[in-house]
Ligand binder design. Structure first.
Ligand code: SF4
Length: 124
């Protein structure tokens, strides 16, 4: 039986509680330092299958600004976030763009859409 302790910060809310997580044979067996039950759930997910939101930018042609901020509609596997960011560097959209418009559906087949986090007007 292999037991280890990890210190991590819960990022579920701005409190950022410092968690002391005991892991036995790859499974979370104890969490201390969480102010609410979501901290325990965060630790369990972080050990079993860590996920992250992605915020980035893509190029825009004909827009008021050269770059459009985008965000993932849901969390992505942490280990694929850099792959997604690299993919988005090759994406280019044309203005106008509406806030929430899907820029990249089902990025890398992960089942998550990348959407515009702001509108982008056309440059006259
Ligand atoms: S444990 Fe609860 S209160 Fe603490 S950061 Fe996580 S969600 Fe926020």
């Amino acid at each position: 039986m292999a037991t280890e302790t990890k210190i991590m910060n819960c990022i579920t809310c701005p409190m950022g509680c410092e968690l002391t997580v005991t892991i036995t044979d790859g499974v979370v067996t104890d969490v201390k330092g969480n102010t609410c039950p979501r901290g325990k759930k965060y630790a369990e997910n972080e050990i079993a299958s860590p996920k992250r939101m992605l915020t980035s930018t893509v190029k825009v042609t004909g827009g008021l600004l050269p770059l459009l901020p985008v965000v993932s509609r849901d969390v992505l596997p942490k280990g694929r976030v850099l792959d997604c960011a690299a993919y988005l560097r090759q994406v280019e959209v044309s203005a106008p763009v509406a806030e929430g418009q899907v820029i990249c559906p089902n990025i890398l087949g992960l089942g998550v859409d990348i959407v515009a986090s702001r509108a982008m007007e056309k440059c006259n």
